[in-house]
Design a protein around this ligand. Sequence first.
Ligand SMILES: *Cc1c(COP(=O)(O)O)cnc(C)c1O
Ligand code: SF4
Length: 339
Amino acid sequence: MKILANDGQLVRATSMTWQQHLKSAIRDAETLRKALRLPTASGDLVAIEKSFGTFVPFPFLERIEPENEQDPLLRQVLPTVAEGFSSPQSSPDPNLESRSVMAPGVLQKYPGRVLLIAAKSCAVNCRYCFRRAFPYEAGPTSRREWSESLSAISADRSIEEVILSGGDPLMNLDDTLAWLFNELSGMAHVRRLRIHTRFPVVIPQRITDQFMAVLAECPLPITFVVHVNHAQELDDNVARAMTNLRSVPNLILLNQSVLLRGVNDSVASLSALSWRLLELGIVPYYLHQLDRVTGADHFEVTRDVGLKLIAALRESLPGYAVPRYAEEIAGEQGKVVLA
Ligand SMILES: *Cc1c(COP(=O)(O)O)cnc(C)c1O
Ligand code: SF4
């Protein structure tokens, strides 16, 4: 299959690099609808797309069933008028991240581990994202700008784990990641690195031999956490990327999901996801209760329903296949495990 890249060239999708996929991603709801042969949206999406744009690269688009408005992958990425409603319980910063900034780009909420915002954007824009209103512009995302962030991590000996998050840390070039791994590995108190990314799932072409070499050369053990919400996201290309990641020594592969109405809020869907993850050697780590970010109310599944789903999973799956059902509660010393 050939697709039109933004520079007007017809390119064979299978031979495109991850950067080309980013460049030619779909950037508005109307084009996304047309590509999937869906009717024009009812209602005005201008303000919604202005505050949080549409961004869907081709390798993810390919896994969405055309003409199906209810497709579980489409629902994660298609802007709708429902995002324009805001309830009293939602806010732009539901986890009060702005209060946890210990240095530019460094968030510390929990003892022993900090989160480094390593990029300003992602491989895809997930409509339920709790950082959809995050003020990325102000944060550091280059080697020079990170120097203050790294000094702060280096000066705090209680930090044992650094989590690269974002935005998506894999937006950075391999050289930059290698540099960052090196800087962090040089700090004696930092013992583990963690990477939170949706790239291997959204654009599996990101997992190149060169990137794997960067991972393999990292002196610290790496916990690699991917983000998959539905088994349909895990096609053959993603499976190959995961197999490659598993071949890296000193790396463990975990998944986190968000419980989302109309995407994965059924026993059948969650159990298919767990089985498919395990087939690919990925351990289900967290199922997150949705953070109440403004614009995502329509994705919320109540805690009661979530608890029932987990109970049903526990009856039918081995213990290691059931993720921890967790919620982020501002001010708590860690994620609160509900079940
Ligand atoms: C989720 C999160 C972590 C990691 O929590 P774990 O329970 O160790 O997975 C660390 N820092 C911040 C700010 C987080 O939001
Ligand atoms: S990949 Fe993660 S941080 Fe990026 S938009 Fe999706 S949920 Fe948000």
